[in-house]
Design a protein around this ligand. Structure first.
Ligand SMILES: [Zn+2]
Length: 215
């Protein structure tokens, strides 16, 4: 995220998704884990887990089974120093005038976080959830219901939700769990607002959480 705007940029390398080896977490095969592996200080881990708790245990299990990892960058640490894929791609996001607050790298199934703001953590986690639900590609990109809702939307829960199918899913999922930053200039993303401005997507998300992510 470029403060004060919300989480921005995820790198979505394509073509090598199938080559990614599923990670392990907690010393056991990831599908048996109940939550994604988090590489962060104990304080940062607690903060991240609190935010992710809003998605529910089913979402945590689904992303863990999908091999999701979460990495909190240390102060001054760049994305490229932790992400082999970003180095390989030469993405140079660290050289941007305002590097993003968080990234989800599909090929690595990894969320990288510079910021631990609720918006950033929830937005990037929603990308990971989208990817896990799609079995390694974004569900939002292949589910005709989401495509139809996006194409027909007259209003969006946040301005960023209009940027593409993946951002649409991420921002609507963030609204579903009501993760917000106090100083964001955007409307508060809430379930009530999503139902009001985009009832079709609210219904889709309700079904996803009920059908696939029940605790
Ligand atoms: Zn995003």
């Amino acid at each position: 995220m470029r403060r004060p705007s919300p989480p921005r940029q995820e790198k979505r390398p394509s073509g090598n998704i199938g080559a990614v080896r599923r990670s392990r977490c907690c010393g056991t095969v990831s599908r048996m884990c109940r939550r994604p592996q988090i590489d962060a200080s104990p304080e940062a881990t607690a903060r991240i887990e609190t935010i992710l708790g809003g998605f529910g245990r089913g979402a945590l299990r689904a992303t863990a089974a999908g091999g999701t990892r979460i990495v909190h960058l240390n102060d001054g640490e760049g994305y490229a120093s932790r992400s082999r894929v970003l180095r390989r791609l030469g993405a140079r996001v660290d050289d941007w005038p305002l590097p993003p607050a968080g990234l989800f790298v599909v090929e690595e199934r990894t969320i990288y976080l510079r910021s631990l703001s609720p918006m950033t953590v929830a937005h990037e986690f929603a990308h990971a959830l989208d990817c896990a639900l799609g079995g390694g590609v974004y569900l939002s990109g292949i589910d005709p219901r989401v495509r139809e809702a996006f194409g027909a939307a007259q209003r969006f829960v946040t301005p960023y939700a209009a940027c593409g199918l993946d951002e649409y899913f991420a921002e609507c999922a963030r609204a579903w769990v009501g993760a917000n930053d106090p100083h964001s200039p955007w409307p508060r993303a809430t379930r009530a607002r999503l139902r009001a401005v985009d009832p079709a997507m609210a219904t889709i998300l309700e079904g996803i959480f009920r059908q696939y992510l029940a605790a």
